[in-house]
Design a protein around this ligand. Structure first.
Ligand SMILES: *Cc1c(COP(=O)(O)O)cnc(C)c1O
Length: 389
């Protein structure tokens, strides 16, 4: 039997953790309070608003310096970044790519853009990300190495990569996933769209796999309006990423030579200008988000029926979206709570619909997804904007 929740008490506790507010409190709002106006104005004043300009390079350098990953390539959005990452590690038509079912649809869409197919993996309770041990067990039973490649015995297709996602900013179990990646010859691509500012054993997320993607959409920890970036320590992959995202044009003073089908994925200078100003504030934003999480944790300690999700051991999370987990996987209780919290002016959202349940992906191969199914019924995201910290 599901425990009865004292919803009114929960609402009061959450309000205790938040600054006083007259109106409803949003789930996640951007914050501009530094050099954003100055840098964007400079773009307008000089006319450098589009696909060339100094802010693009500066933004890439700031990303590389902050994350400690050698190369950063700014692109139009996080989905485009992931598409390029997969393409660059060789994902091709009819390949399969392992991703969690519990993720935003963009993770799977990027696979589809390569003509490839998601292979849905279960998540673990501790990190909300891919369960590496369960994945390894699945591969032992269902996959085999032929030549240098890993094949799904059930579908006959090649499995070309693993793309974990750092859910709500919380790093996955990277060490365990690197072992699986190594053992099965599967390049690791990180969907780090939500984890700018999150560290695993002292190193920034997005620097562990071969290549990774970030997002600067309006709801992420920093925003460029729309935007994304590719991170990699591999200079050759970085060179190819820059080439491919800039229409594969061979550098020349006047001639238009393109040596492969390229993409117009370059981040405009005006967006990069916003990004530079936002990057200056990032350390403070991370500190504020961690402070808010700490307050939620304190007020919810001992509350019966829900727990506040905390960063996994050995990680430092950006707490992009704060999460409470219901004890019971009870969709009625979840929806009732969603309704009451939203009514009380606390904007609250459930987790994404698991991707294998979307009609567009319902035919894709998958393993047992019982933990993801349980998490889907128990996750609630609560207000998490930087300014609330
Ligand atoms: C935001 C996000 C993306 C990319 O989103 P864009 O809106 O294309 O920048 C990809 N994966 C996850 C998990 C995300 O949260």
């Amino acid at each position: 039997m599901t425990t009865q929740l004292d919803t009114q008490a929960l609402i009061s506790l959450l309000k205790e953790a938040l600054p006083a507010s007259e109106g409803p409190i949003a789930l996640h709002e951007p914050l501009f309070k530094g050099n954003e106006w100055e840098y964007v104005k400079k773009c307008l004043d000089t006319g450098w608003v589009s696909s060339v300009g100094a802010y693009v390079n500066q933004f890439e350098e700031m990303l590389s310096k902050y994350t400690g990953v050698n190369h950063a390539i700014a692109v139009v959005n996080g989905t485009a970044a992931l598409h390029m990452c997969l393409h660059l590690v060789g994902v091709a038509r009819n390949d399969e790519v392992i991703i969690p079912s519990l993720t935003f649809v963009a993770t799977a869409n990027a696979i589809s853009y390569c003509g490839a197919i998601p292979l849905f993996c279960d998540s673990e309770e501790r990190t909300l990300g891919i369960d590496a041990e369960k994945l390894n067990d699945f591969l032992l039973e269902n996959a085999e190495i032929r030549g240098n490649a890993c094949f799904n015995r059930n579908t006959g297709r090649r499995i070309a990569a693993i793309m974990p996602m750092h859910t709500f900013g919380h790093p996955v179990n990277i060490d365990a996933l690197l072992l699986v990646s190594d053992k099965w010859n599967l390049p690791l691509v990180e969907d780090a769209a939500e984890s700018l500012g999150s560290f695993y054993k002292g190193r920034h997320t997005g620097g562990f796999g071969k290549i990774s993607g970030l997002s600067f959409n309006g709801n992420k920890i920093i925003t460029t309006g729309g935007g994304g970036a590719i991170l990699t320590n591999d200079p050759e992959l970085a060179r190819k990423a820059k080439h491919l995202t800039t229409t594969a044009r061979v550098p020349h003073q006047w001639s238009f030579m393109h040596d492969e089908i390229g993409y117009n994925y370059r981040l405009p200078n005006i967006n990069a200008a916003l990004g530079c100003a936002q990057m200056e504030s990032l350390p403070e934003y991370v500190a504020k988000k961690r402070a808010l999480a700490q307050r939620y944790k304190t007020v919810l300690a001992g509350f019966k029926g829900v727990c506040f999700f905390r960063e996994p051991a050995d990680t430092q999370s950006n707490y992009w979206l704060n999460t409470i987990l219901l004890d019971a996987p009870d969709i009625t209780q979840r929806d009732d709570l969603l309704e009451k919290l939203n009514e009380a002016g606390l904007m609250t959202r459930p987790a994404w619909t698991l991707l294998h349940k979307l009609p567009i992906f319902s035919d894709c191969p998958r393993m047992d997804l019982s933990v993801a199914e349980s998490l889907e019924r128990r996750i609630l995201n609560i207000p998490s904007s930087v300014r609330l910290g």
